[in-house]
Each structure stands twice: as C-alpha cells, then as structure tokens.
Write a new protein. Structure first.
Length: 117
C-alpha cells in the first residue's frame, strides 16, 4: 500500500513563503511522477506542478514563476516551494503520485495553506 504524507502547510501572511513536503512510502516503481495539485474553496482541483523521477518538470502556465517543485528520489519525497504568497493561493494542497510502471495513482490527504494578514 502506498501512502503519501504531506506537511508544511499553515497560515502565512501575504508576501511570505512556504515549503510543502510530501513523503511517499510503500511499493513504488522507479518510474513515477510526483506532483502537487490544489483546491481552493468552491473551485475545482487544479494542477500546480509535477516532477518525474527522470527529472522532467511541468508547471501550470498560470502559476509559473512563484512555484518551484523539486524532489529527492532517494527519499521518495517531493517538495513545493512557494514564494510571494497571495490570498488567492489559499487552498488545500494535495500531493499526487503516478506510478507509470504499475499504472496506478495515489493521493495524499492534503495540507491546508491559508494566506491572510
């Protein structure tokens, strides 16, 4: 059973920064894509960024610039650094893992990010 555990969310003032972490455990193939999605109140879940085990990276066009995704393959952990936070970044941020070899997808429980003064 694969588990994804997110951490790093919280209350941040506008203009601040935050680093989210997501650690995966369980049986995961070496060919996978880890990433982050977010869901704001009353809105659909949207892609933020993904990073493949091979290194390729993808960002949502509307979010490029302030978001940086990275990962440590040895630790099966993916990170999301968010700079210059805005109130509209308030959302639950979900970690996602797509196991390409096994054709399976997993989600974390989500971590709340609230941007408010």
């Amino acid at each position: 059973q694969v588990q994804l555990v997110e951490s790093g969310g919280g209350l941040v003032q506008p203009g601040g920064s935050l680093r989210l972490s997501c650690a995966a455990s369980g049986s995961i193939s070496s060919l996978n894509v880890m990433g982050w999605h977010r869901q704001a109140p009353g809105k659909q879940r949207e892609l933020v960024a993904t990073k493949a085990s091979g290194g390729s990276t993808n960002y949502a066009d509307s979010l490029k610039g302030r978001f940086t995704i990275s990962r440590d393959n040895a630790k099966s952990t993916v990170y999301l650094q968010i700079e210059s936070l805005k109130p509209e970044d308030t959302a639950v941020y979900y970690c996602n893992l797509r196991d390409i070899w096994l054709s399976r997808e997993y989600w974390g429980q989500g971590t709340q990010v609230t941007v408010s003064s």
